[in-house]
Design a protein around this ligand. Structure first.
Ligand code: G3I
Length: 329
Protein backbone atom coordinates (compact mmCIF):
# COMPACT_ATOMS: atom_id res chain seq x y z
CA UNK A 1 0.00 0.00 0.00
CA UNK A 2 1.25 3.42 -0.98
CA UNK A 3 1.06 4.98 2.49
CA UNK A 4 3.14 2.18 4.00
CA UNK A 5 5.88 2.57 1.40
CA UNK A 6 6.37 6.33 1.77
CA UNK A 7 7.91 8.22 4.69
CA UNK A 8 5.48 11.11 4.12
CA UNK A 9 1.69 11.37 3.70
CA UNK A 10 0.10 10.02 0.51
CA UNK A 11 -3.11 11.71 -0.59
CA UNK A 12 -5.94 11.49 -3.05
CA UNK A 13 -9.09 13.45 -3.80
CA UNK A 14 -12.58 12.95 -2.40
CA UNK A 15 -16.04 14.45 -2.57
CA UNK A 16 -18.60 14.60 0.20
CA UNK A 17 -21.15 12.82 -1.99
CA UNK A 18 -18.87 9.85 -2.74
CA UNK A 19 -17.94 9.52 0.94
CA UNK A 20 -21.62 9.53 1.90
CA UNK A 21 -22.65 6.99 -0.72
CA UNK A 22 -22.90 3.30 0.19
CA UNK A 23 -23.14 2.06 -3.40
CA UNK A 24 -20.92 -0.95 -4.16
CA UNK A 25 -18.74 1.27 -6.29
CA UNK A 26 -18.25 3.86 -3.56
CA UNK A 27 -17.62 1.22 -0.90
CA UNK A 28 -14.83 -0.12 -3.14
CA UNK A 29 -13.49 3.41 -3.51
CA UNK A 30 -13.51 3.97 0.26
CA UNK A 31 -11.79 0.63 0.84
CA UNK A 32 -8.90 1.67 -1.42
CA UNK A 33 -8.85 5.17 0.05
CA UNK A 34 -8.54 3.86 3.60
CA UNK A 35 -5.95 1.22 2.71
CA UNK A 36 -3.62 3.25 0.52
CA UNK A 37 -3.88 6.86 1.67
CA UNK A 38 -3.61 9.01 4.79
CA UNK A 39 -4.25 12.48 3.38
CA UNK A 40 -7.28 13.82 1.48
CA UNK A 41 -8.01 16.87 -0.61
CA UNK A 42 -11.51 17.90 -1.67
CA UNK A 43 -11.59 17.79 -5.47
CA UNK A 44 -14.20 20.57 -5.60
CA UNK A 45 -16.18 20.80 -2.34
CA UNK A 46 -13.89 23.26 -0.53
CA UNK A 47 -13.54 25.69 -3.43
CA UNK A 48 -14.98 29.18 -3.35
CA UNK A 49 -17.78 28.47 -5.84
CA UNK A 50 -19.11 25.81 -3.49
CA UNK A 51 -18.67 27.54 -0.13
CA UNK A 52 -19.07 31.29 -0.74
CA UNK A 53 -22.78 31.25 -1.47
CA UNK A 54 -23.55 34.96 -1.22
CA UNK A 55 -22.42 38.23 0.35
CA UNK A 56 -21.09 37.45 3.85
CA UNK A 57 -22.73 34.02 3.50
CA UNK A 58 -20.89 30.71 3.65
CA UNK A 59 -21.86 27.05 3.35
CA UNK A 60 -19.23 24.76 4.86
CA UNK A 61 -21.41 21.64 4.98
CA UNK A 62 -19.58 19.58 2.30
CA UNK A 63 -16.20 20.43 3.80
CA UNK A 64 -17.52 19.56 7.25
CA UNK A 65 -18.62 16.13 5.98
CA UNK A 66 -15.16 15.53 4.54
CA UNK A 67 -13.55 16.61 7.82
CA UNK A 68 -15.87 14.26 9.76
CA UNK A 69 -14.81 11.34 7.52
CA UNK A 70 -11.17 12.31 8.01
CA UNK A 71 -11.61 12.37 11.79
CA UNK A 72 -13.30 9.00 11.84
CA UNK A 73 -10.77 7.33 9.56
CA UNK A 74 -7.52 9.02 10.57
CA UNK A 75 -6.80 11.28 7.59
CA UNK A 76 -5.39 14.76 7.49
CA UNK A 77 -7.19 17.20 5.16
CA UNK A 78 -5.34 19.53 2.81
CA UNK A 79 -7.60 22.55 2.14
CA UNK A 80 -8.03 23.40 -1.56
CA UNK A 81 -8.26 26.21 -2.67
CA UNK A 82 -9.07 29.59 -1.13
CA UNK A 83 -8.45 31.89 -4.11
CA UNK A 84 -8.55 30.58 -7.70
CA UNK A 85 -9.80 32.24 -10.87
CA UNK A 86 -11.65 29.07 -11.96
CA UNK A 87 -13.94 28.65 -9.00
CA UNK A 88 -15.58 32.02 -8.54
CA UNK A 89 -19.28 32.00 -7.63
CA UNK A 90 -21.50 33.74 -10.19
CA UNK A 91 -22.76 36.34 -7.72
CA UNK A 92 -19.17 37.43 -6.99
CA UNK A 93 -18.26 37.62 -10.67
CA UNK A 94 -21.05 40.11 -11.16
CA UNK A 95 -20.65 41.87 -7.80
CA UNK A 96 -21.73 45.47 -8.30
CA UNK A 97 -20.09 46.96 -5.21
CA UNK A 98 -16.95 49.07 -5.15
CA UNK A 99 -13.45 47.60 -5.22
CA UNK A 100 -13.22 48.23 -1.47
CA UNK A 101 -16.45 46.35 -0.88
CA UNK A 102 -15.19 43.52 -3.10
CA UNK A 103 -11.99 43.30 -1.09
CA UNK A 104 -13.95 43.25 2.17
CA UNK A 105 -15.92 40.27 0.85
CA UNK A 106 -12.71 38.40 0.01
CA UNK A 107 -11.16 39.21 3.38
CA UNK A 108 -14.30 38.02 5.14
CA UNK A 109 -14.41 34.81 3.11
CA UNK A 110 -10.76 33.90 3.63
CA UNK A 111 -10.81 34.60 7.36
CA UNK A 112 -14.17 32.91 7.99
CA UNK A 113 -13.19 29.81 6.02
CA UNK A 114 -9.77 29.34 7.58
CA UNK A 115 -11.13 30.03 11.08
CA UNK A 116 -14.02 27.61 10.57
CA UNK A 117 -11.84 24.69 9.50
CA UNK A 118 -9.26 25.43 12.19
CA UNK A 119 -11.85 24.37 14.76
CA UNK A 120 -11.87 20.73 13.60
CA UNK A 121 -9.61 18.67 15.87
CA UNK A 122 -8.84 14.97 16.05
CA UNK A 123 -9.26 13.00 19.29
CA UNK A 124 -5.76 14.08 20.36
CA UNK A 125 -6.66 17.74 19.93
CA UNK A 126 -4.60 18.20 16.77
CA UNK A 127 -5.98 20.05 13.75
CA UNK A 128 -7.49 17.93 10.95
CA UNK A 129 -7.19 20.59 8.25
CA UNK A 130 -3.44 21.05 8.45
CA UNK A 131 -2.91 23.20 5.36
CA UNK A 132 -4.52 25.33 2.66
CA UNK A 133 -3.74 26.11 -0.94
CA UNK A 134 -4.15 29.81 -0.23
CA UNK A 135 -3.63 31.11 -3.76
CA UNK A 136 -3.86 28.81 -6.77
CA UNK A 137 -2.36 29.64 -10.20
CA UNK A 138 -1.51 33.31 -9.55
CA UNK A 139 0.99 33.22 -12.41
CA UNK A 140 0.33 32.87 -16.12
CA UNK A 141 3.77 31.91 -17.38
CA UNK A 142 6.09 34.37 -15.66
CA UNK A 143 3.46 37.16 -15.50
CA UNK A 144 0.71 37.84 -13.01
CA UNK A 145 -2.47 36.27 -14.40
CA UNK A 146 -5.22 38.79 -15.02
CA UNK A 147 -8.20 37.67 -12.93
CA UNK A 148 -11.16 39.15 -11.14
CA UNK A 149 -8.91 39.39 -8.08
CA UNK A 150 -6.05 41.24 -9.80
CA UNK A 151 -8.53 43.56 -11.48
CA UNK A 152 -10.43 44.36 -8.28
CA UNK A 153 -7.58 44.31 -5.75
CA UNK A 154 -4.40 44.94 -7.75
CA UNK A 155 -1.54 42.57 -8.57
CA UNK A 156 -0.44 42.34 -4.93
CA UNK A 157 -3.75 40.75 -3.88
CA UNK A 158 -1.98 37.45 -3.14
CA UNK A 159 0.02 39.03 -0.29
CA UNK A 160 -3.14 40.20 1.45
CA UNK A 161 -4.72 36.77 1.10
CA UNK A 162 -1.76 35.02 2.72
CA UNK A 163 -1.80 37.55 5.57
CA UNK A 164 -5.55 37.13 6.15
CA UNK A 165 -5.17 33.36 6.23
CA UNK A 166 -2.39 33.65 8.81
CA UNK A 167 -4.46 36.05 10.94
CA UNK A 168 -7.30 33.52 10.98
CA UNK A 169 -5.08 30.59 12.03
CA UNK A 170 -1.53 31.03 13.35
CA UNK A 171 -0.65 27.35 12.80
CA UNK A 172 -2.15 26.09 9.54
CA UNK A 173 0.39 25.61 6.75
CA UNK A 174 -0.07 28.09 3.93
CA UNK A 175 0.71 26.90 0.38
CA UNK A 176 1.06 28.51 -3.00
CA UNK A 177 -0.11 25.98 -5.65
CA UNK A 178 0.46 25.97 -9.43
CA UNK A 179 0.84 23.74 -12.50
CA UNK A 180 3.71 23.32 -14.97
CA UNK A 181 6.28 24.32 -12.35
CA UNK A 182 8.50 21.56 -13.72
CA UNK A 183 7.84 22.26 -17.40
CA UNK A 184 7.96 26.06 -17.46
CA UNK A 185 11.18 27.54 -16.18
CA UNK A 186 9.80 31.09 -16.43
CA UNK A 187 6.89 30.28 -14.14
CA UNK A 188 9.18 28.39 -11.77
CA UNK A 189 11.51 31.36 -11.45
CA UNK A 190 8.58 33.73 -10.95
CA UNK A 191 7.35 31.56 -8.06
CA UNK A 192 10.81 31.45 -6.49
CA UNK A 193 11.01 35.24 -6.85
CA UNK A 194 7.63 35.55 -5.13
CA UNK A 195 8.84 33.38 -2.23
CA UNK A 196 11.97 35.51 -1.86
CA UNK A 197 9.85 38.66 -1.86
CA UNK A 198 7.49 37.19 0.76
CA UNK A 199 10.41 36.14 2.96
CA UNK A 200 12.09 39.54 2.69
CA UNK A 201 8.89 41.40 3.50
CA UNK A 202 7.48 39.15 6.21
CA UNK A 203 4.53 37.78 4.20
CA UNK A 204 3.68 34.34 5.59
CA UNK A 205 4.11 31.27 3.35
CA UNK A 206 4.95 27.71 4.37
CA UNK A 207 4.94 25.63 1.23
CA UNK A 208 4.75 25.22 -2.52
CA UNK A 209 2.32 22.84 -4.22
CA UNK A 210 3.59 21.43 -7.50
CA UNK A 211 0.41 20.16 -9.15
CA UNK A 212 2.22 17.67 -11.46
CA UNK A 213 -0.26 17.23 -14.27
CA UNK A 214 2.25 15.45 -16.52
CA UNK A 215 2.38 13.65 -19.85
CA UNK A 216 3.92 10.23 -20.47
CA UNK A 217 6.90 11.88 -22.22
CA UNK A 218 7.08 15.26 -20.45
CA UNK A 219 8.77 16.79 -18.57
CA UNK A 220 12.07 14.92 -18.86
CA UNK A 221 15.33 16.18 -17.37
CA UNK A 222 13.76 19.34 -15.98
CA UNK A 223 11.67 17.31 -13.51
CA UNK A 224 14.50 16.71 -10.99
CA UNK A 225 15.84 20.21 -11.60
CA UNK A 226 12.47 21.72 -10.76
CA UNK A 227 12.02 19.63 -7.62
CA UNK A 228 15.52 20.69 -6.53
CA UNK A 229 14.85 24.39 -7.26
CA UNK A 230 11.58 24.37 -5.32
CA UNK A 231 13.21 22.47 -2.42
CA UNK A 232 15.95 25.09 -2.32
CA UNK A 233 13.41 27.68 -1.13
CA UNK A 234 13.46 25.81 2.18
CA UNK A 235 9.66 25.63 2.20
CA UNK A 236 7.49 22.53 2.41
CA UNK A 237 7.02 20.85 -0.96
CA UNK A 238 3.73 19.13 -1.86
CA UNK A 239 3.15 17.15 -5.05
CA UNK A 240 -0.46 18.20 -4.94
CA UNK A 241 -2.36 16.89 -8.01
CA UNK A 242 -0.41 14.10 -9.68
CA UNK A 243 -1.70 12.48 -12.85
CA UNK A 244 0.02 11.42 -16.09
CA UNK A 245 -1.66 11.78 -19.48
CA UNK A 246 -0.85 9.07 -22.00
CA UNK A 247 -2.79 10.43 -24.97
CA UNK A 248 -1.69 14.05 -25.16
CA UNK A 249 -1.41 13.96 -28.95
CA UNK A 250 -4.74 12.12 -29.20
CA UNK A 251 -3.00 9.41 -31.22
CA UNK A 252 -4.16 6.24 -29.43
CA UNK A 253 -7.65 4.78 -29.02
CA UNK A 254 -6.81 2.37 -26.18
CA UNK A 255 -4.13 2.26 -23.52
CA UNK A 256 -1.31 0.49 -25.35
CA UNK A 257 1.38 -1.55 -23.58
CA UNK A 258 3.96 0.95 -24.71
CA UNK A 259 2.10 3.95 -23.28
CA UNK A 260 1.28 2.11 -20.06
CA UNK A 261 4.99 1.39 -19.66
CA UNK A 262 5.90 5.04 -20.33
CA UNK A 263 3.30 6.09 -17.75
CA UNK A 264 4.77 3.64 -15.23
CA UNK A 265 8.17 5.26 -15.72
CA UNK A 266 6.73 8.74 -15.26
CA UNK A 267 5.02 7.83 -11.97
CA UNK A 268 8.24 6.15 -10.84
CA UNK A 269 10.24 9.29 -11.64
CA UNK A 270 7.96 11.57 -9.66
CA UNK A 271 8.05 9.23 -6.64
CA UNK A 272 11.78 8.74 -6.90
CA UNK A 273 12.79 12.37 -7.34
CA UNK A 274 10.41 13.57 -4.64
CA UNK A 275 11.66 10.91 -2.20
CA UNK A 276 15.35 11.41 -2.92
CA UNK A 277 15.63 15.15 -3.60
CA UNK A 278 13.29 16.85 -1.12
CA UNK A 279 14.77 16.92 2.41
CA UNK A 280 12.64 14.86 4.82
CA UNK A 281 11.64 17.90 6.88
CA UNK A 282 10.20 19.53 3.73
CA UNK A 283 8.27 16.49 2.45
CA UNK A 284 4.66 17.54 2.98
CA UNK A 285 3.40 14.65 0.88
CA UNK A 286 2.36 13.42 -2.51
CA UNK A 287 -1.28 13.62 -3.62
CA UNK A 288 -2.85 11.84 -6.59
CA UNK A 289 -5.63 13.60 -8.52
CA UNK A 290 -8.14 10.76 -8.70
CA UNK A 291 -8.66 6.99 -8.48
CA UNK A 292 -10.09 5.32 -11.61
CA UNK A 293 -9.20 6.66 -15.03
CA UNK A 294 -12.87 7.33 -15.65
CA UNK A 295 -13.09 9.58 -12.57
CA UNK A 296 -10.38 11.90 -13.86
CA UNK A 297 -10.97 15.48 -14.98
CA UNK A 298 -8.97 14.40 -18.07
CA UNK A 299 -11.05 11.33 -18.96
CA UNK A 300 -12.61 12.96 -22.02
CA UNK A 301 -15.26 10.37 -22.69
CA UNK A 302 -12.82 7.48 -22.51
CA UNK A 303 -9.84 8.73 -24.48
CA UNK A 304 -7.47 9.30 -21.56
CA UNK A 305 -6.04 6.97 -18.89
CA UNK A 306 -4.15 9.24 -16.48
CA UNK A 307 -4.42 7.51 -13.09
CA UNK A 308 -3.28 4.49 -11.04
CA UNK A 309 -6.47 2.39 -11.19
CA UNK A 310 -8.44 1.15 -14.19
CA UNK A 311 -12.19 1.44 -14.45
CA UNK A 312 -12.65 -1.71 -12.33
CA UNK A 313 -10.50 -0.20 -9.54
CA UNK A 314 -7.68 -2.65 -10.35
CA UNK A 315 -4.16 -1.23 -10.12
CA UNK A 316 -2.38 -0.47 -13.38
CA UNK A 317 1.37 -0.95 -13.79
CA UNK A 318 1.64 2.79 -13.09
CA UNK A 319 0.94 1.90 -9.46
CA UNK A 320 3.97 -0.42 -9.42
CA UNK A 321 6.02 2.46 -10.85
CA UNK A 322 5.00 4.84 -8.10
CA UNK A 323 5.71 2.23 -5.41
CA UNK A 324 9.19 1.68 -6.84
CA UNK A 325 9.87 5.42 -6.90
CA UNK A 326 8.67 5.86 -3.32
CA UNK A 327 11.04 3.05 -2.35
CA UNK A 328 13.88 5.08 -3.85
CA UNK A 329 14.24 2.65 -6.76
O1 G3I B 1 -21.45 19.19 -10.14
C1 G3I B 1 -21.82 19.85 -11.35
C2 G3I B 1 -23.03 19.22 -11.97
O2 G3I B 1 -24.11 19.37 -11.09
C3 G3I B 1 -23.29 19.89 -13.32
O3 G3I B 1 -24.36 19.24 -13.95
C4 G3I B 1 -22.07 19.79 -14.20
C5 G3I B 1 -22.28 20.51 -15.53
O4 G3I B 1 -21.09 21.10 -16.00
O5 G3I B 1 -21.00 20.41 -13.54
C6 G3I B 1 -20.67 19.79 -12.32
O6 G3I B 1 -19.58 20.47 -11.72
C7 G3I B 1 -18.34 20.25 -12.32
C8 G3I B 1 -17.41 19.70 -11.25
O7 G3I B 1 -16.12 19.59 -11.78
C9 G3I B 1 -17.84 18.35 -10.72
O8 G3I B 1 -17.80 17.41 -11.76
C10 G3I B 1 -17.81 21.57 -12.84
O9 G3I B 1 -18.61 21.98 -13.94
C11 G3I B 1 -16.41 21.42 -13.30
O10 G3I B 1 -15.89 22.69 -13.62
C12 G3I B 1 -15.57 20.83 -12.17
O11 G3I B 1 -14.27 20.64 -12.66
C13 G3I B 1 -13.25 20.60 -11.69
C14 G3I B 1 -12.23 21.68 -12.00
O12 G3I B 1 -11.12 21.56 -11.14
C15 G3I B 1 -12.83 23.08 -11.85
O13 G3I B 1 -13.20 23.35 -10.51
C16 G3I B 1 -12.62 19.23 -11.72
O14 G3I B 1 -13.56 18.28 -11.23
C17 G3I B 1 -11.37 19.21 -10.85
O15 G3I B 1 -10.68 17.98 -11.01
C18 G3I B 1 -10.45 20.34 -11.27
O16 G3I B 1 -9.30 20.32 -10.44
C19 G3I B 1 -8.34 21.33 -10.70
C20 G3I B 1 -7.77 21.77 -9.38
O17 G3I B 1 -8.80 22.19 -8.52
C21 G3I B 1 -6.73 22.88 -9.56
N1 G3I B 1 -5.70 22.49 -10.49
C22 G3I B 1 -6.18 22.01 -11.77
C23 G3I B 1 -7.18 20.87 -11.60
C24 G3I B 1 -7.66 20.37 -12.94
O18 G3I B 1 -8.36 21.38 -13.63
Amino acid sequence: DLKDVADFPIGNIVSASKLASTSTENETFKGILNAEYNSITAENDMKMANMFTGQDTYDFSDGDAIVAYAKENGFRVHGHALIWHQSIPNWLNSFAGTDEEFEAQIEGYVKATVAHFAEAKDTGGNPIVTSWDVVNEYFDGSSVRSTLFSQRMGNDYHKKVFQWAREADPDVKLFYNDYNIAGEVGKRNAIIGMVNDFQTNGIPIDGIGMQMHLNHDWPTSDLPTAIQDISDTGLLVHVSELDVKVNYGDDITELTEERAAAQEVQFQRVGYYYTTIVPAAQQYGLTLWGFRDRDSWLYDGGSEWPLLYDNDFDTKIAHRGLVAGLNGE
